[in-house]
Ligand binder design. Structure first.
Ligand code: AKG
Length: 275
């Protein structure tokens, strides 16, 4: 979606563009702002990311995401993303640190040992038995750290698929139960709906309703294709606060990092994950 230079500089959408962004997210299931972040910044983050990739997996990599550029306000406090999220989810939305990163490379393989990922949604519907889609309650924000092209595996997405509600059926196997809300669309079914590839320049900003069908596609290049992934939740996903509102004791967010966060970020990242 196009925005003005002033909106970009001020990090604030006009009322009209905010409405349009919300409308796209509600009706199509995602919205993309191309070239929103300065390329120089994105390139620095990509290099940091590559350094991180060369660290041993697990805790060290995870802790690395608590450092420097990964916590820049362009990423964790992005004002345009937050403006839209607040309009869609209300003021009490929350998210977790550290965030994730979706990476594909030439040799990437998925659970079914294919080079294309399963068509899936990242979140099921609330009350699917009603047979209708309720307003969005989980939004993922992605920032591609390289240009996303057909060659390096730009994500495939099915516009409008977040509104598809299937009849609720009892899972027949354990595996089915596990993937019930996730693996909702076979290849055959996917081919009967129009899909698009999210071809976009590095530093674009994507907001996606997590119920949208999508998948990672093969990366035929030798360049790693990373994108940051931050998930924002409506307050209803933690009504009791038992995950520790204002209690970061076990969050793993180092104190020095917590102190460095803006008031807004401390508000957003106030919970810690259960596991
Ligand atoms: O890496 C991609 O292109 C898609 C990632 C994905 O499927 C996901 O975020 O669930």
């Amino acid at each position: 979606m196009e925005i003005t230079v002033t909106e970009k500089e001020q990090g604030k959408l006009s009322e009209k563009n905010l409405d349009l962004a919300c409308q796209k997210l509600s009706e199509i299931g995602y919205v993309i702002f191309e070239n929103l972040l300065p390329l120089e910044f994105v390139e620095k983050v990509r290099k940091e990311f590559e350094n991180n990739e060369s660290l041993p997996e697990g805790e060290i990599q995870r802790n690395h995401f608590f450092r420097g550029l990964f916590l820049d306000s362009y990423i964790i406090d992005n004002p345009i993303a937050l403006q839209i999220i607040e309009a869609m989810l209300g003021t009490k939305f929350f998210s977790f640190l550290p965030y994730g990163c979706n990476t594909t490379r030439r040799e990437s393989r998925y659970w079914n040992d294919a080079e294309k990922q399963w068509i899936h949604r990242d979140s099921g519907h609330l009350f699917p038995e009603l047979g209708m889609a309720l307003p969005v309650t989980k939004i993922v924000v992605n920032i591609p750290l390289v240009d996303f092209t057909l060659e390096n595996g730009a994500t495939e997405i099915w516009p409008g698929s977040h509104l598809i509600v299937d009849p609720v059926t009892e899972p027949k196997t354990e595996n089915e139960a596990l993937f019930k809300d996730y693996h909702v669309c076979s290849e055959e079914r996917g081919s009967t709906f129009p899909s698009v590839r999210m071809v976009m320049p590095a530093g674009s900003l994507v907001l996606r309703d997590m119920r949208c069908w999508h998948r990672a596609m093969p990366n035929y290049t030798d360049q790693v294709r990373p994108m940051t992934a931050m998930v924002y939740f409506h307050r209803l996903h933690n009504m009791t606060g038992i995950q520790g509102e204002n209690e970061r004791r076990n969050s793993g967010i180092p104190d020095s990092v917590w102190q460095s966060l803006s008031d807004k970020s401390q508000q957003i990242y106030r919970f810690y994950p259960m596991s």
